[in-house]
Design a protein around this ligand. Structure first.
Ligand code: HSE
Length: 318
């Protein structure tokens, strides 16, 4: 029996992790930190209806051509050749503009739900490509780091964007993440627009060294070495002015025992890597929250482990 509606969830993700700009991504497993998407068939041919509820829903556009989930749905419906429409209800657990892959989660959950609803049998790489179209609309840049992690889970490396090649690695069991989400907004478009168009050779060498160190830490099952790789001399200095207190927050995370710390994606969240055998993730998260408080910014501490990717959680049949 073919399904009449499918519900899927996709996790929050953190991109970059220091020097891996547009290349590294990790899926985050933390209670309530995911988007849930319900998709059902409707009669009107080609029509896409969008409803949005939850965290920051009031700021999310409902027009399908401006909504991440709407764009993914439109493209998948075209691809399928089906002569009906789709209604999509997005329940946001991840605040938009948090640096935690909010739009990627909506896009990933929508792609996974429609794939099952319309029995499209897409490969994971096709799912990422469709989900990335939604990201392109919201972030204005064709990066696939968040959507890849949101679909595949665990830690991913974008080996190539065109054509898309993604590697997935499992992180050490003792790798955890302390995150702090401040009550400030960072305009994702601005966070990309202010990036340097050219990079000098010494910065390139620095960043390659750091990114390689992060991956070497994974290969060596050593969280401390991974943490040494979470440094970036190109992107983070350009974005730092958008996050008041960033240097204090980073300093406090390291003092509280974090192995490494960086802006999460385009910010304003800050993510610290913690070796759970050496420090308490909650302690690091609280230390970062206190540092934001000291500069007058409220924030939400979050603890997460690397987690699974998007999945279908419910199917109703006709
Ligand atoms: N790699 C992207 C960026 C991720 O840093 O702009 C956005 O979350």
């Amino acid at each position: 029996m073919s399904p009449s509606s499918i519900e899927a969830i996709a996790p929050a993700t953190s991109a970059n992790l220091g020097a891996g700009f547009d290349v590294f991504g990790v899926a985050l497993d933390s209670p309530l930190l995911f988007d849930r998407v319900l998709v059902e068939k409707i009669e009107d041919e080609g029509k896409i209806e969008i409803e949005v509820e939850g965290e920051g829903a009031e700021g999310v556009p409902r027009e399908p051509e401006r909504n991440t989930a709407g764009i993914v749905a439109r493209e998948l419906l075209r691809f399928s050749g089906r002569r009906h429409g789709l209604k999509i209800v997005v329940y946001k657990g991840i605040r938009p503009g948090s640096g935690l892959g909010s739009s990627a989660a909506s896009a990933a959950a929508t792609a996974v739900a429609i794939n099952e609803l319309l029995n499209l049998k897409l490969s994971q790489s096709q799912l990422i490509d469709f989900a990335a179209l939604g990201e392109l609309a919201s972030a204005g840049a064709p990066h696939a780091d968040n959507v890849s992690a949101a679909i595949l889970g665990d830690f991913i490396i974008i080996t190539s964007r065109e054509p898309l090649e993604v590697l997935k690695l499992k992180l050490p069991d003792n790798a955890e993440f302390a995150i702090v989400l401040p009550e400030i907004k960072v305009d994702t478009g601005l966070a990309r627009a202010l990036l340097p168009k050219k990079v000098d050779l010494s910065s390139m060498v620095y960043n390659i060294g750091r990114a390689a160190t992060f991956v070497a830490g994974i290969a060596l099952n050593n969280v401390e070495i991974m943490g040494r790789g979470m440094m970036d001399s190109v992107i983070e200095p350009a974005r730092a002015p958008l996050i008041p207190g960033l240097s204090q927050v980073k300093e406090r995370a390291l003092k509280a025992g974090a192995a490494g710390v960086a802006i999460s994606g385009a910010g304003p969240s800050v993510i610290a890597l913690v070796d759970s055998r050496k420090a308490r993730t909650e302690t690091v998260a609280m230390a970062m929250k206190e540092a934001f408080e000291e500069v007058g910014i409220g924030s939400r501490p979050i603890c997460a482990r690397p987690g699974p990717g998007a999945k279908v959680i419910r199917r109703e049949v006709e």
